[in-house]
Design a protein around this ligand. Structure first.
Ligand SMILES: Cc1cc2nc3c(=O)[nH]c(=O)nc-3n(C[C@H](O)[C@H](O)[C@H](O)COP(=O)(O)OP(=O)(O)OC[C@H]3O[C@@H](n4cnc5c(N)ncnc54)[C@H](O)[C@@H]3O)c2cc1C
Length: 422
C-alpha cells in the first residue's frame, strides 16, 4: 500500500447504519471516511422514502447520546400502545386480541418512537457533518477493494483510492462489499410487497399503533406527529401505513387513483379513527429475508441491512442495525484501550459472535409471526386468536415481549444503555 492518508475505518454507505456508525466511532476518537453516493439535503430528507421507522427504547437512547435524536424535536411520536387485531377485510370494527402499552414495561416508557425515515436520515447526516473526524466522499461509490495484513485499499468509481485499517460495509441489502467477498446469504422472498405511505384521519390516534393480520400479509398503522392544517392552526392527524400484499395486487394499488386506493384501504383500516385518506406519496418495497452467513472477513465487517434484512412485521430491521453499531463500537474501543489492533480478526469475530444469536432470534420471531398470521385456515386462526387472548391476560409474558420490542433484553453494550464505553 502507498503512504497516502490512512483512516481507522472506511465506511461504505451513507444510509441509517453507515451514518450512525460514523458518528459513534468519530465521537470515540476514530478517524473515518464515509462513501455516500447521495448527498442528504433538506429536500431529500423531507421527501423521505415513505417509511416511518419504529425506534425501540435502547437504540433511541444511543441516538440520544450521539446527538442524533435531539435534532428530531417535533418530528417523532411515541408509540404508547400497540393493538393487535385479527379480522377479515371489510370488518369495519374489530376487537383487539392483544394490547401492549407503557404499563407493560418497568420504566413505563413508550413501546417505541415513530419517526419518518427521511427525517431520521437527515438528523444522522447533520450529526455526521458536525464531526471533524469524518471525511465524506459524496456522489461516488465503492468500486472494488484489496486487503493485506494491515488494512484495506478501497477504490472509488471516480478513481480515487482510500486507505484504511478496516472497512465497514453499510451498503444495504444488495451489498457490493458482501458480494465481492463471496459471502453467501440465506433467506427467501415472502411473495409480499409492502406499500408504505402517510394517511390522514379525522380523530387523533392517541399514540396507538394498530396491526391487523390479513391472509395476504400484515396491515399496520404507526402514529405520526400531527402537521399543521391548511388554516395554519388545526393539526392534521396522521399515521404511517405499512400494507403488505401479494406483488400483483400491490402493483395495482400503487397505480390506482387516490379514490380507488382509499376505498380499498378503508376496508382494511376500519373506521376507528373516523374518515381516513392518503396524504402523501406511495412507495413500495418487495419483502424478503436475507441473512449473511458471515458478518466479517479479514479487515472487513458488515453492519445493518448488508448483514441482515428481515420482514418489517415487528419493526426491528434498523433496530438490529443500531445494535450492530453499539456492539462494534464497544469491541473496537475495548481493543484500542488495551493497546491491541482494533481491526484484527479476533476483535471483529467478537462482534460476530455477540451479534449472531440476536440477529437469528429476531429473524426467527418475525418469520414465525408472519407465517402464523398470513393465512386464513380456520383451525390456525382459532388457535392463534386463543393464544393471543391468553397472552393478553399474562402480565409477565407481555413484559417479556415488551422488553424484546424495546431491544432491552440480552447482553446490552454500553451505547444501548445510553453510556459511553470507557
Ligand atoms: C416497509 C419497511 C418498514 C420498515 N420499518 C422498520 C421499523 O419500523 N423499524 C426498524 O427498525 N426498521 C424498519 N425497517 C428496516 C429499515 O428500514 C432498514 O433496516 C434500514 O433502513 C437499513 O439501513 P442501512 O443503512 O443498513 O441500509 P440502506 O438504507 O439500504 O443504506 C445503504 C446505503 O449504501 C449505499 N450504497 C450502496 N451501494 C454502495 C456502494 N457501492 N458504494 C457506496 N455506497 C453504497 C446506498 O446508497 C445507501 O445509502 C423497515 C423496512 C421496510 C422495507
Amino acid at each position: 500500500m502507498s503512504k497516502a492518508k490512512k483512516y481507522d475505518a472506511i465506511i461504505v454507505g451513507g444510509g441509517h447504519a453507515g451514518l450512525t456508525m460514523a458518528v459513534a466511532l468519530a465521537k470515540l476518537g476514530f478517524t473515518l471516511a464515509v462513501i455516500s453516493p447521495v448527498k442528504i439535503t433538506a429536500k431529500v430528507s423531507d421527501k423521505g422514502d415513505g417509511r416511518a421507522l419504529a425506534i425501540s427504547e435502547a437504540p433511541r437512547r444511543m441516538l440520544d447520546l450521539l446527538g442524533i435524536w435531539p435534532r428530531l424535536e417535533g418530528k417523532y411520536h411515541p408509540m404508547q400502545s400497540v393493538h393487535i387485531l385479527d379480522g377479515h377485510v371489510g370488518d369495519i370494527l374489530q376487537d383487539a386480541l392483544l394490547e401492549f402499552n407503557e404499563e407493560n414495561s418497568d420504566d413505563k416508557v413508550a413501546v417505541a418512537q415513530v419517526v419518518e425515515s427521511g427525517h431520521l436520515l437527515g438528523a444522522m447526516w447533520d450529526a455526521a457533518q458536525n464531526e471533524s473526524n469524518i471525511e465524506f466522499k459524496v456522489g461516488v461509490k465503492l468500486q472494488d477493494f484489496e486487503r493485506d495484513a494491515h488494512g484495506v485499499s478501497v477504490r472509488l468509481d471516480d478513481g480515487e483510492v482510500l486507505q484504511g485499517s478496516m472497512m465497514i460495509a453499510a451498503d444495504g441489502r444488495g451489498s457490493l462489499v458482501r458480494q465481492q467477498l463471496g459471502i453467501k446469504t440465506f433467506g427467501w422472498g415472502y411473495g409480499q410487497t409492502a406499500i408504505v405511505c402517510p394517511v390522514a384521519h379525522e380523530k387523533s390516534h392517541e399514540g396507538a399503533a394498530y396491526e391487523h393480520f390479513y391472509p395476504s400479509g400484515p396491515f399496520a398503522s404507526l402514529p405520526l406527529p400531527d402537521v399543521l392544517g391548511s388554516d395554519g392552526v388545526d393539526g392534521v392527524h396522521r399515521s404511517s401505513l405499512v400494507w403488505a400484499e401479494e406483488p400483483d395486487v400491490a402493483a395495482g394499488l400503487m397505480s390506482a387513483g387516490e379514490d380507488e386506493f382509499n376505498a380499498e384501504m378503508v376496508k382494511r383500516f376500519g373506521l376507528h379513527l373516523g374518515e381516513v385518506g392518503l396524504c402523501g406519496e406511495r412507495f413500495s418495497y418487495p419483502l424478503g429475508l436475507q441473512i449473511a452467513h458471515e458478518y466479517i472477513a479479514d479487515r472487513v465487517v458488515l453492519i445493518g441491512d448488508a448483514a441482515h434484512g428481515i420482514h418489517p412485521i415487528a419493526g426491528q430491521g434498523l433496530n438490529m442495525g443500531l445494535r450492530d453499531i453499539a456492539v462494534l463500537a464497544e469491541v473496537m474501543v475495548e481493543a484500542r484501550n488495551l493497546g491491541l489492533d482494533f481491526a484484527s480478526y479476533t476483535v471483529l469475530n467478537k462482534y460476530q459472535q455477540w451479534r449472531r444469536f440476536d440477529v437469528l432470534s429476531h429473524a426467527a420471531f418475525a418469520e414465525v409471526i408472519n407465517r402464523l398470521f398470513s393465512n386464513d385456515v380456520a383451525p390456525v386462526r382459532f388457535i392463534r386468536d386463543l393464544g393471543l387472548k391468553i397472552v393478553d391476560g399474562l402480565r409477565p409474558v407481555k413484559k417479556f415481549f415488551n422488553d424484546e420490542a424495546a431491544a432491552k433484553s440480552g447482553e446490552l453494550p454500553f451505547l444501548l444503555k445510553g453510556r459511553w464505553p470507557f
